[in-house]
Design a protein around this ligand. Structure first.
Ligand code: ADP
Length: 557
């Protein structure tokens, strides 16, 4: 620890305590050592370990990596589900100054190979599920000198095509826990996560120890995630999706019990684990909550232990919000963020002003993406970067800055990404109200521009999924002879349900402005989702390119 500099009056005289993530787990070991991390293992059984176990095993990972000649700054990749082993690798790699790189297994193998090569990963730890993907990667990823299969000898497959394969339990068995963690600059790189690359190649976001610790501290504010030692937290959001929204750090920071769903992401499995472990808090994208809601409706089951959920990644549909709150007594918090923001940017906690207006006002306001926590500065700007009024209707580009927000991409991909005042353009289009609530109306690249005016595809979709027969909805802008673009509403129906174009348009009538009304409705078997579970509008726009609008729709406008 550097000596205190008592001789220079401008400096305070407090201890210099670098904000490195190993301290979070050290805190959990000392103060919450007995609290559990419960994981549904890929092999099948439910596995229980404590924060003390996690700490010891993570240190064994560190020793194993050091013995395998891992240097500070080397990238250690994972292709893994949420589970304690995955967390051991996080802390084991980060603790010694290596960079933990979570890779999204839902990408195509070619994209995964591209990302691994761009990152120059030296090690890749992977779950059994991903063996077929890894077999395709081996030839294509020369920087990876060790592949580590996350299982024990008993479950390891017969020797196959993967050279330098280690079996995780053997890799760390008997390794020493006597290893030095931290003791480096808090700005040292800790984690790497690629954006999904829906426009151009994916770009790496390189988190630092400091940004991760600050993000955890800010997310622990009561109007943000607000965790407590009483919480039993199930991150359904994967660890490979933007740091699992920081839960891997914020849960140990307060000693909350963790429940990890592993590879079983279906309604019955999630429900079973939630119920058995009495989960009080969970976080996931809207599609997961929609799926669980369908399961609850089919079975008549309830959620007696679940106190609150965070829905983020895409906008929460009103039907989901009201159903969880009214039918199941679960408080819903709508959050917005992005990989570049570590990822939390805003949270829809209620203020006294809305509470005074009653439940309906509170719920309507919760459909907005919320307000920034301390640590995030945001504003809405026009095309020239001028700040727009917070009047709840003037829409523009959402820009942000803060200590846990990217200042550049890995290897400086894309060049300078900040404006002259240090703000990062999120690529989202939004407005803000005088109380600071921000509402996203679109992603800039998904905006529907009709006759020069923006139509919010998100609003249309969220209302459409409230129709009882609709499983999922996507509004996309397609070329139109008169208005440049008009919205087409693409609908996926629930199994066994039916609805006509007129039913859907009738359902929207009165709920959206007349000129927002989609010009047509197209029914598809399945709406394509991207690797983080969001509507893949790029694919939909390709599918419907050259769409012929119905005669009456063209004539009417
Ligand atoms: P990607 O989807 O590109 O992999 P992220 O997971 O970082 O990357 O997604 C960030 C984007 O997701 C945001 O810029 C925004 O467009 C969208 N998003 C996240 N949360 C919400 C939300 N609550 N409502 C609407 N859009 C959201």
């Amino acid at each position: 620890m550097p000596a205190l500099n008592a001789t220079q009056p401008p400096f305070g005289l407090m201890q210099d305590w670098p904000l490195t993530v190993d301290r979070v787990l050290e805190h959990a070991r000392v103060n919450h050592g007995h609290r559990e991390i419960v994981s549904r293992s890929v092999e099948g059984p439910i596995v229980r370990e404590t924060y003390a176990d996690l700490y010891a095993r993570a240190r064994q990972v560190s020793t194993a990596l050091l013995e395998d000649c891992v240097q500070p700054g080397d990238r250690i990749a994972t292709l893994a589900w949420n589970g304690a082993r995955h967390m051991e690798i996080w802390f084991g790699a980060m603790g010694i100054g290596a960079v933990l790189h979570t890779v999204n297994p839902r990408l195509f193998p070619e994209q995964i190979a591209w990302i691994i090569n761009d990152a120059g990963d030296t090690h890749l730890f992977f779950d059994l599920t991903f063996l077929p993907i890894v077999e395709q990667l081996v030839e294509k990823c020369p920087s990876v000198r060790r592949w580590v299969l996350l299982t024990d000898e008993a479950h390891a497959p017969p020797a196959g095509k993967i050279p330098n394969l280690a079996i995780y339990e053997g890799f760390i068995a008997g390794k020493s826990c006597e290893v030095t963690w931290g003791d480096f600059d808090e700005r040292t790189a800790a984690g790497l996560c690629y954006t999904s690359g829906t426009t151009g190649n994916p770009k790496g976001v390189l988190y630092s120890h400091r940004s991760n610790v600050l993000h955890s501290l800010t997310s622990l504010q009561r109007d943000s995630l607000g965790f407590s030692v009483d919480d039993v937290i199930m991150p359904i959001v994967p660890l490979f999706h933007a740091n699992a929204w920081g839960i891997t750090f914020s849960a140990p920071a307060v000693g909350a019990k963790l429940v990890m769903p592993g590879s079983k992401m279906d309604g019955p499995s999630i429900y079973e684990l939630m119920d058995a472990e009495k989960v009080t808090f969970s976080a996931a994208v809207p599609t997961v909550w929609l799926m669980l809601k369908q399961y609850l409706e089919e079975t008549g089951k309830k959620l007696p232990h679940l106190d609150r959920i965070v829905v983020a990644g895409s906008a929460v549909p009103e039907a989901i919000l009201r159903s969880y709150e009214d039918d199941y007594g679960v408080k819903v918090f709508h959050a917005w963020g992005m990989t570049e923001m570590s990822p939390l940017g805003s949270m829809g906690a209620t203020t006294p002003e809305f509470r005074e207006q009653g439940k309906d006002a509170v719920q309507r306001n919760k459909l907005k993406q919320g307000r920034p926590s301390f640590g995030v500065e945001m504003k809405i700007v026009d095309d020239n970067g001028n700040e727009l009024p917070r009047d709840g209707k003037t829409t523009g580009h959402l820009v942000v800055r803060g200590p846990a927000i990217a200042g550049a991409y890995f290897k400086n991909a894309g060049g300078n990404i900040l404006d002259k005042d240090g703000y990062f353009d999120t690529g989202d289009v939004a407005h803000m109200c005088p109380l600071g609530y921000m509402q996203i109306t679109d992603r800039a690249k998904d905006v529907i521009k009709s006759g020069g005016e923006w139509i919010s595809s998100i609003d249309i979709e969220n209302i459409a999924v409230g129709h009882p027969a609709v499983a999922n909805a996507a509004a996309i802008g397609l070329a139109h002879p008169k208005w440049d673009e008009r919205p087409l509403l693409v609908i996926e129906l629930k199994p066994g349900q039916s609805a006509s174009r007129e039913d859907i348009l009738g359902f929207l009538t009165g709920k959206i402005a007349k000129w927002w009304m989609p010009d047509d409705v197209a029914f598809v078997e399945k709406i394509p989702l991207g690797a983080t579970g969001k509507l893949n509008k790029l694919q939909l726009r390709q599918t419907f390119r050259g769409y012929t609008w119905p005669e009456q729709a063209v004539a009417a406008r």
